[in-house]
Write a protein that binds this ligand. Structure first.
Ligand code: VTB
Length: 327
């Protein structure tokens, strides 16, 4: 097996930048499929210029439903390290379509065979924090206990904490519990990978992510948190009888707590995100005459390096040198 010997992050950021440049044009235009399609096309093209033997483990879905970036698709030049790819060309398509904050392009790359590729159970329950509160969370403990422990670890009061939660009816009790405990809250329409990242990165004003969101998103969030030494616990959350049947058939344990290391079994993980719309974490794409700026976060677990990359792109030049219709 060819292992990863160098830092791929600065090459990977070109991939997410291209997708963001294309998706950003669809901000507020009410068409989430178009935003996603534009991002997928661009992302796929740049991905294939990178020297790696990549296999999509988490992508746009099954082969029969997704023309590109489907599970099992091989990407990269076919030379270089053998890696798993988890990618979400637009995390929060509704956020782009409605011009709301924190839609991002995300991609994680890790050693082959190390990323958990959830297929059958769509949701997981999650609690995620940054490095300061690593080791104190317990998904089995009451909300108030977790908030108390995180507040103590950060040397603040519970009333200083801000919890990010997907705004869903299924979170009614969680929201009531967080309010009862006295913490502040930020309800989001979509995008709990960005939520988990906000909890982990300094300067976002967010301390925890709590609630039930996508299982593939849990794996991608785990990659990001592994890079910065954050902490997350998750549990399978079967949403209907069909999924409960799968749980039974496969002998899955819904009380099992999946930690970061269970979702990502690699010591060499790369995580890259580029903002599409402005948010706490990253600025979105801003366009100007013949150009645009992008803002990205790139990190590598092995070296612990975290980079914020701000790029200025000349769209006419990019059009000349690539097949991507940068407009
Ligand atoms: C979740 C969340 C994602 O979509 O998958 C959500 O993890 C879907 O939730 O970040 P619902 O089925 O309750 O709408 C996102 O918010 C965006 O893909």
């Amino acid at each position: 097996m060819t292992t990863i010997t160098r830092n791929l992050s600065l090459e990977l950021v070109r991939v997410t930048e291209a997708a963001a440049l294309m998706a950003g044009r669809w901000m507020g235009r009410g068409d989430k499929e178009a935003a996603d399609g534009a991002a997928v096309d661009a992302l796929r093209q740049v991905l294939d210029t990178i020297d790696m033997q990549g296999v999509v483990v988490i992508g746009e879905g099954q082969k029969d439903k997704a023309p590109m970036l489907y599970t099992g698709e091989e990407v990269g030049t076919g030379q270089g390290p053998e890696v798993d790819i988890a990618v979400d060309p637009v995390e929060g398509t509704r956020l782009v379509a409605q011009g709301m904050p924190n839609s991002i392009v995300i991609m994680a790359v890790a050693e082959r065979g190390s990323l958990y590729g959830w297929q059958d159970i769509a949701y997981m329950e999650k609690i995620a924090v940054g490095p300061e509160a690593a080791g104190v969370i317990d998904i089995d403990a009451p909300v108030a206990v977790n908030l108390r422990r995180v507040a103590d670890a950060k040397g603040v009061d519970i009333s200083d904490l801000t919890v990010v939660i997907l705004d869903r009816p299924r979170h009614e009790q969680l929201i009531a519990d967080v309010r009862e405990a006295g913490a502040r809250m930020k309800l989001i329409l979509d995008g709990d990978v960005a939520g988990g990242l906000m909890a982990a990165m300094p300067g976002t004003g967010i301390d925890l992510l709590m609630g039930i969101g996508g299982s593939p998103e849990a794996v991608i969030t785990a990659c990001a948190l592994k890079c910065v030494g954050g902490d997350m616990q998750t549990r399978l959350w079967p949403r209907n009888d069909e999924e409960r049947r799968i749980v039974e058939e496969q002998g899955l344990d819904t009380s099992k707590v999946w930690e970061i290391g269970d979702l990502v079994q690699s010591e060499d993980v790369f995580f890259v995100a580029t903002g599409i719309t402005d948010g706490e974490l990253l600025r979105g794409v801003h366009y100007f005459a013949d150009g645009a700026t992008t803002h990205s976060l790139v990190m590598r677990e092995r070296s612990g390096t975290v980079r914020y990359v701000e790029s200025s792109h000349r769209l006419s030049k990019l059009r000349e040198m690539s097949n991507i219709p940068f407009d």
